[in-house]
Write a new protein. Sequence first.
Length: 145
Amino acid sequence: MKPLLVQASAVAIDGQALLIEGEPGSGKSSLTLALIERGAKLIGDDGVTLTREGEQVLATPPHNIVGKLEIRGVGIVDLPAASAPLALILTLTDDAPRYREVAHTRDLLGYAIPTLPFVPGTIAPAERALWALKLYGRQSELAIR
């Protein structure tokens, strides 16, 4: 199956990829940076390649932006890059429900990936994203670092 290039950001956390999607200016890079400050590894900023790998979808950095993260108002910085199986998609929005009991799924390359609407806001967005991954992420045994 042909790789899929998506306009989103992604980080690797404990061997799982968290994909962060949203409109321009919605906070993708800011949430990515906050997660990196808490130990996540950059997969891609505003571009992620998804491929089928065995029984999962693997998130990898596109070759032209490996390790590049744009920090708004500062510039582009170089960071170590990673790849990992996709476990959860957060869709940044201003109108996500306050409570969630289950995640919806989206078919990507033939696999159901849990997807949550997520308001990044100003109150602990990275910690809430980490909890979302822990509670709703698709567990995987394969970790590529």
